[in-house]
Design a protein around this ligand. Structure first.
Ligand code: FMN
Length: 211
């Protein structure tokens, strides 16, 4: 089946693209409004982009009625935010934080989550998160009327003790247990990870005798 996106309604494009581009990591973003109120919300249009400078990207849409989401407004106003990574234990509380609470509600409260001070940015991290990336807003691309691509520079990283080897910086995946977003209400774990050893050209030729 071939589909031209121009022939599809926006809702169908969303459905198709977000169920094909899976699994997506989840940025559980904490930010602060002008009065310092802490906002927390999940964003799965998210990925790491580069290491020099160390950048991450998040796609933020608008609320159904057209209002700017609190996360977008806070990042614009304060220029700082924290991306909390989501593991299996944190998933249910992350989902509570996705409720379209009014701006005056601080989601960590109803989600039953604690906050911990960040190292270099003002917004705090989620205390229960296995890891957190402290970010300064690098650039925001406003695309059309409804979408923002927020680029964040990662200034500091917090990782829960025991998850990272301090010598090698390798992550213990049996202990980390991150979740990914599939489509709609579906999520996946990393319990069935498998290995593919990456070869260079010389190794590939030796193994296959090809080319
Ligand atoms: C797992 C998950 C991923 C989400 N990803 C996005 C996303 O990438 N972009 C977006 O605009 N909304 C996304 N949402 C919806 C927002 O989390 C939701 O609109 C939230 O109320 C925004 O909160 P805020 O106004 O406090 O920023 C996602 C929701 C869930 C549950």
């Amino acid at each position: 089946m071939d589909l031209r996106l121009a022939d599809l309604a926006a809702r169908d494009r969303y459905k198709l693209l977000t169920s094909l581009v899976v699994p997506r990591p989840i940025a559980f973003v904490t930010s602060q409004d002008a009065d310092g109120l802490v906002n927390a919300a999940p964003y799965s249009f998210f990925n790491v982009f580069s290491d020099e400078p160390p950048l991450v990207v998040i796609g933020i849409g608008r609320r159904a009625g057209g209002a700017l989401k609190d996360t977008a407004r806070n990042i614009e106003a304060k220029g700082e935010f924290v991306i909390n990574l989501v593991d299996e234990e944190l998933a249910a509380a992350m989902n509570v934080a996705a409720v379209d609470f009014p701006p005056e509600t601080s989601e960590p409260g109803p989600a039953g989550l604690g906050l911990a001070a960040s190292i270099v940015v003002r917004p705090p991290r989620i205390a229960e998160a296995p890891a957190a990336l402290e970010c300064r807003n690098h650039t925001t691309l406003v695309i059309g009327t409804d979408h923002r691509l927020v680029v964040g520079e990662v200034l500091a990283v917090h990782v829960r003790d025991g998850l990272v080897d301090p010598g090698t910086l390798r992550i213990d995946f049996d202990a980390y247990r991150p979740v990914g977003r599939l489509f709609a209400n579906l999520y996946c774990s990393t319990r069935d990870a498998f290995e593919l050893v990456r070869e260079n050209y010389a190794q590939w030729r030796r193994r296959t005798g090809g080319e």
